[in-house]
Design a protein around this ligand. Structure first.
Ligand code: GTP
Length: 418
């Protein structure tokens, strides 16, 4: 057999006839349609900026209907909350499980310095939940709640980005696909909008903020390349939302907003960029957003997380999480800990023995000293007694024969008594 050349080891061969694998994309299509899709979208912007209206307009459904029916709360929310709602929607037989994550309270406080924090924590906790599932032994049912895109609503001030906008985007741009939009674009004139968009882009570039942008590659057909360029030229999208339909002068009904000077149409590219936003988000780049979340943003987060947990990266190939390796590492750590404990116990024991020995030696010395002292006292007493004895003997007079005789007689008397 002839060996193939090149690194990949693959040669280009011309097919003689039809075998059928060109039908593979259709198989994937059928399987995907059967399963349905998930899409998780987060909306961030201050209260009343038009988040619910835009989501309902985008999906042409009352996604936020439940919330609208809720009575307004007496007290404003303290801090930022993160809530989510899901809806199963269907279009031409394709099922989509849409989850919209709302962030009520963002930008509504007097001090909005840390408004980004709970949102970042929520995004990271979703990554953590996914990572935990990936590391499970059984990975057949992984539920993916990661945020695929964040629509960030910029207030139509006409000036430049506010501190809260810059801070939020700077903190989150490495964790999510950021889609900044100018909300309620109908409140600015076309010229104001153009200038405002330019200022926003300049601020984004100046602060090194990465936003989601469609990019074309060599595999894209010319039509896709043109579409992508057009979408790119509209970023940041200036949009209007409306859940109402209004009557045009020709009598037709369109989604839009009515003003004394005329109507503004949501789905009119001459009036705003809603069409381009919807095209990118739902029609052409939904899969790219999901891929970017999975392969770039989550992958970066995962790498950083595992590295911070002490995992090592060798030869640019990241060592996969392996429960056996982890068990072995834990066993080694446990052994080292036991050895350390044992060494500490031995040291304590030796010190105690040392102390006991020193104590014994000290009492031995004390005993010896007492013994010596007593011996000296006894010696002294013996010397004194010897002295006394000598003196007593020196004082005794020799006995005369008469006295000896008298003593004998006395002795006889004594014994005769028995
Ligand atoms: P919260 O629910 O408080 O967070 O507000 P929200 O951001 O969801 O705003 P919502 O969509 O409820 O809109 C608030 C008001 O703004 C409503 O009266 C909408 O009709 C109006 N509105 C929404 N979108 C637009 C828009 O594009 N232009 C104008 N002029 N008004 C809009």
């Amino acid at each position: 057999m002839k060996s193939t050349s090149g690194n990949s080891g693959a040669q280009k061969k011309k097919m003689q006839g039809y075998v059928g694998f060109s039908n593979y994309p259709n198989q994937v299509h059928r399987r995907s349609v059967k399963r349905g899709f998930n899409f998780t979208l987060m909306v961030v912007g201050e209260s009343g900026i038009g988040k619910s209206t835009l989501i309902n307009t985008l999906f042409d459904s009352k996604i936020f209907s439940d919330r609208e029916e809720m009575p307004p709360s007496a007290e404003p929310i303290k801090g930022v909350d993160v809530t989510s709602m899901s809806a199963d929607i269907q279009e031409n037989g394709v099922k989509l499980r849409l989850t919209v994550v709302d962030t009520p309270g963002f930008g509504d406080s007097i001090n909005n310095e840390d408004a980004w924090q709970p949102i970042l924590e929520n995004i990271e906790s979703r990554f953590d939940a996914y990572l935990a599932q990936e590391n499970r032994v059984n990975r057949s049912k992984i539920s993916d709640n990661r945020i695929d895109a964040v629509i960030y609503f910029i207030k139509p001030t006409g000036h430049c980005l506010r501190a809260i906008d810059i801070e939020f985007m700077k903190r989150l741009h490495t964790k999510v696909n950021l889609i900044p939009i100018v909300a309620k674009a109908d409140t600015l004139t076309a010229r104001e909008l153009e200038q405002f968009k330019a200022k926003i882009l300049a601020d984004i570039n100046y602060h090194g903020i990465q936003i989601f942008k469609p990019v074309s590659d060599e595999f894209d057909d010319p039509e896709t390349v043109t579409d992508n360029r057009e979408i790119l030229s509209k970023i940041p999208f200036a949009v209007i939302g409306s859940e109402k339909h209004v009557e045009r002068p020709d009598g037709s009904m369109v989604r839009g907003r009515r003003y004394p000077w005329g109507i503004i149409e949501v789905e009119n590219e001459a009036h705003n960029d809603f069409i381009k936003l919807r095209q990118m988000l739902l029609r052409t780049h939904m899969e790219e957003l999901k891929d970017s979340t999975d392969m770039v943003l989550y992958e970066n987060y995962r790498t950083q997380k595992l590295l911070s947990m002490g995992h090592v990266q060798d030869n640019n190939v990241f060592r996969e999480f392996n429960p056996l390796v982890q068990l072995e590492e834990e066993r080694r750590a446990h052994e080292a800990k036991m050895q350390k404990m044992e060494a500490e116990m031995t040291a304590v024991f030796q010190q105690k023995v040392h102390e006991k020995e020193a104590k014994l030696k000290q009492s031995e010395e004390e005993l010896y000293a007492r013994h010596k002292e007593m011996k000296t006292v006894l010696e002294k007493q013996r010397g004194e007694l010897e002295e006394k004895k000598k003196r007593a003997e020196a004082n005794v007079r020799p006995v005369t024969p008469m006295e000896q005789h008298a003593t004998k007689g006395k002795k006889k008397n004594i014994f005769s008594g028995f």
